[in-house]
Design a protein around this ligand. Structure first.
Ligand code: ZN
Length: 235
């Protein structure tokens, strides 16, 4: 079963790549089919096999030779590992589905924030609603926990955003989304882990690149990372 979910994750990961590319560009996520962003050639089934195509084509488009970002196979692999992990970890189908939805939302949000330094409302707002619906349906945390999580987690980042200039409204909404999925305590733990990771990675990054302390570093990927850990340790 783990292997089945790994393969399922690879396939779903290539769909996540489509979302990551198209959502910030406001393109339709259904039409047209996957194509090379450089030469526009529509990709054939053979070129769409996750990870394998990338390796066979040595990371290049077979039509125009343009380099394909390593981000594609990376996202596919991460999604596959996540799917296999949650299948192994979650006892019920309901819990599994709600974890996979949260996991997928976090990957899309983190990757877009990393690239474009923003967290689109198209992901965070429906994500928050979905988190509450899943709780209401009894698939994740109790509904009271979900609502409290949303308010506590979003409220804390809202306060930080108002007091400092480093946090954006996108981060506030992503934190609220996480709270709606996993409840208040795991969400607070996630924010704590995210801040710690952000401080460490941020300082190293600024040291290596010799940039000033004013350089904006997106917080979304750290929040996503924090939530992945926080939701496993404290649930
Ligand atoms: Zn091409």
């Amino acid at each position: 079963m783990g292997m089945v979910f790994f393969v399922l994750g690879l396939v779903f990961g290539s769909f996540i790549n489509v979302l990551i590319w198209r959502i910030p560009r406001r393109e339709s996520i259904v039409f047209p089919g996957s194509h090379c962003p450089d030469c526009g050639k529509t990709l054939s089934a053979r070129e769409l096999i996750p990870v394998v195509s990338y390796l066979i084509q040595k990371g290049k488009c077979i039509h125009c030779g343009r380099r394909i970002s390593w981000q594609y196979p990376a996202v596919e692999l991460i999604t596959a590992v996540g799917f296999a992990f949650y299948q192994w970890r979650e006892p019920s189908w309901a819990a599994l589905v709600s974890k996979l939805i949260l996991f997928s939302l976090l990957i899309v949000a983190a990757a877009i924030d990393l690239r474009h330094k923003r967290l689109p409302n198209v992901i965070t707002i429906p994500g928050m609603v979905l988190g509450m619906i899943l709780a209401f349906a009894g698939w994740s945390v109790p509904i009271g926990s979900s609502l409290l999580g949303l308010m506590v987690s979003g409220g804390l980042l809202m306060a930080i955003a108002l007091l400092t200039k480093g946090m954006g409204m996108g981060d506030v909404k992503l934190a609220a989304l996480i709270g709606a999925f996993i409840g208040p305590w795991p969400a607070l733990a996630s924010i704590f882990i995210a801040s710690l990771a952000g401080a460490v990675v941020g300082s190293i990054y600024l040291l290596i690149t010799k940039q000033g302390r004013k350089t904006p570093i997106p917080f979304g990927p750290f929040l996503a990372f924090g939530a992945l850990i926080g939701s496993e340790i404290f649930l």
